[in-house]
Ligand binder design. Structure first.
Ligand code: G6P
Length: 614
């Protein structure tokens, strides 16, 4: 939700800021802007629109790049208050155009602050909550305070969430920034320093970063970075750890693929293999610890695709370890289910970004009630990692496309390892059964490679083109096939804008069957195992009513064909782990349908990758 960037040094600021904003565009892309200071004057350029279109720089990008000056801030927006247009785009300025501010988050008390400032003569031009900040700073400076004092005072008046950065022509060598509940990192360079909403934005410039914590203020100059406690103004710089990020910045580029999403789909075998190898020992130890802890329940909280991974984990854990798992959508958990949590509950929060506001809030609620908390995340140093008792990482590498793919399969890999080890430690499966399961997991990367073969991709691309105008889709599954159906439907709606609904196939007769008529596409997840026969019966039910049936089935299945218009064949995998394999062709199908519909799958309308507001 909005990305912010800052630069101060000896190089031209605007191109560096714009390049970082392009890398941050997955956080929001309805408008963008930059402010710089040059020879005592503030320059601001901003507008609605994206910075790149089909991989090429837009007019807006060219305009932003041309601003002069060696210091500046920038913003890419995902609108919360006010339409996406030029006036509402950040940076926002004060009445005299001496101060510029960029902000990510929501200032909840902005109406009161605005009325107060308007009564003192401040003129507002936008509908945004952010615009109060430059005016608050201006008001403080009018009263004789320095830029720093006025900034601190302004920040203390803000309620809600923010990562906010400001520059002022009166002090043209400093960027001031603050954080509360919205991510912010400082990047350390030589004779130059950076600020950004997250690490990948500045990784090609520096790999030495300091994550900023809630309630901190940052003073960034070209030779120095100071971090202060916003309440006491105590200098806490010495207590902050400088992280050295090992990720290869080249991996942040599209690497010959037309879209990040397709590149990330193809990175799944590696993401799964790395997660299985690098997290194995940690998960073994954790399973042991969890069994010793004698918890009465495991509650998984997550949003979006991570929630679907949680459901995949539930089926595997219940089938293998026979341990009850409750999976909750974080935004529901934080207000209702939290009341059922106590010291005997283990809460596992899944969030690829580690920044999702609802998931973080759920973790905080759980901690307050005494639960033990674990995070499963892809981002080292993300907020969630600093709030939980234990962290498990997926090793998927940076994921840029809004629609999650490789982080999903990597999350499943980690959850499956945990399920097997829990099963072993709880005595539900023998050592040799556990080893059998682990061998099955190790075979997953190779199976994904086969699904991602050129022939299979072409088949799915043709299917995507053929059915791209069908407006209503159903995805059905049973057992572990149900989370696969949910994730398949989510991918389709996110990036093709066609309506897609997932149903446990057994529920068809309780409503959705009324909507099945000639030509309605139904994607049926027909994995072999305990529910196979039942699924075939459901496929028959929809087929008899005219549905176009696309089945995802085992490569050796020679029955399902009779009941389906198309069969997407995938390598054999044990039913418990089927989502990690069966979901992948559905990602590819959604991708090609999106492209066939003329949509940019990396930047679906109205969505953002990291949802840092409630
Ligand atoms: C957004 C993204 C989804 C993601 C969800 C949860 O909606 O577009 O791809 O699954 O947030 O994000 P998280 O980072 O918590 O996994």
């Amino acid at each position: 939700m909005c990305g912010i960037v800052g630069y101060v040094g000896d190089r031209d600021a605007a191109p560096i800021i714009v390049d970082a904003l392009v890398r941050l565009e997955y956080r929001g892309y309805d408008s963008a802007g930059v402010a710089t200071i040059h020879e005592g004057k503030l320059y601001v350029a901003k507008d609605a629109g994206k910075l790149t279109e089909g991989g090429e720089p837009t007019e807006l990008q060219r305009k932003l790049r041309s601003l002069p000056g060696k210091i500046g801030i920038g913003h890419t927006r995902w609108a919360t208050h006010g339409d996406p247009n030029e006036v509402n785009a950040h940076p926002h300025v004060d009445c005299e155009e001496r101060i510029a501010v960029v902000h990510n988050g929501i200032i909840e008390n902005f109406m009161e602050l605005r009325e107060e400032l308007e009564s003192k003569g401040h003129r507002f031009v936008s509908d945004t909550d952010t615009e109060v900040v430059p005016h608050l700073i201006e008001e403080g400076m009018k009263e004789g305070k320095s830029f720093f004092e006025a900034f601190v005072e302004a920040v203390r008046k803000l309620e809600g969430s923010y990562a906010v950065a400001a520059i002022c022509v009166d002090e043209p060598d400093v960027i001031l920034a603050a954080r509360k509940e919205s991510p912010l990192v400082v990047g350390l360079g030589d004779g130059e320093n950076f600020l950004a909403s997250d690490i990948p934005a500045i990784l090609p410039e520096t790999n030495r970063v300091i994550p900023i914590d809630d309630g901190e203020i940052v003073v960034v100059r070209k030779e120095e970075v100071k971090i202060l406690d916003a309440n006491t103004l105590e200098d806490v710089t010495g207590s902050k750890e400088v992280q050295v990020v090992e990720e290869d910045p080249h991996k942040l580029e599209r690497g010959g693929y037309p879209h990040f999403m397709l590149k990330e789909i193809h990175e799944q075998p590696e993401a799964v293999a790395k997660t299985l190898t690098l997290e194995r020992e940690r998960l073994f130890e954790m399973a042991e610890e969890l069994v010793k802890g004698d918890y009465s329940r495991l509650c998984i909280v997550a949003c979006g695709t991570s929630y679907h991974a949680g459901l995949g984990g539930k089926y595997a854990t219940e089938m293998i370890a026979r341990f009850p798992v409750d999976v909750q959508i974080a935004s529901e958990f934080r207000y209702v289910t939290k009341n059922l949590v106590d010291e005997d509950t283990l809460v596992l929060a899944i969030s690829q970004s580690g920044e999702t506001a609802d998931t973080l809030a759920a973790v905080r609620e759980a901690k307050e009630r005494g639960a033990t908390t674990i995070a499963l995340t892809n981002v080292v140093g993300s907020t969630i990692t600093r709030e939980v008792d234990h962290v498990i990482y997926t090793h998927a590498g940076f994921e840029k496309a809004v629609a999650a793919t490789k982080t999903y399969t990597a999350q499943l890999a980690a959850l499956y390892l945990l399920a097997v080890e829990l099963g072993r430690h709880m005595g539900e499966i023998t050592d040799s059964e556990a080893e059998e399961y682990l061998r099955e997991l190790e075979s997953v990367p190779e199976k994904l490679e086969r699904i991602l073969s050129w022939e299979m991709e072409r088949e799915l691309a043709v299917m995507g083109g053929r059915y791209k105008e069908r407006p209503n889709w159903f995805f059905i599954g049973r057992g572990p096939g149900y989370p696969t159906a949910m994730e398949g439907a989510l991918k389709l709606k996110e990036i093709t804008y066609q309506h897609a609904e997932a149903y446990p196939a057994g529920e068809l007769k309780h409503g959705p069957l009324a909507l099945i008529e000639e030509g309605v596409p139904v994607v049926a997840v027909v994995q072999p195992g305990g529910v196979y026969e039942k699924m075939l019966a459901n496929v028959e039910e929809v087929k008899a009513r005219g549905a176009t049936v696309i089945s995802v089935a085992d490569e050796s299945d020679d029955i399902v064909e009779e009941h389906s218009d198309h069969v997407i064949r995938v390598p054999s995998i044990t039913e418990e782990f089927s989502p990690i394999v069966y979901t992948v062709p559905l990602q590819v199908l959604a991708y090609y349908m999106s492209v066939a519909r003329g949509i940019d799958p990396d930047y679906p309308r109205n969505l953002a990758k990291s949802v840092t507001v409630e």
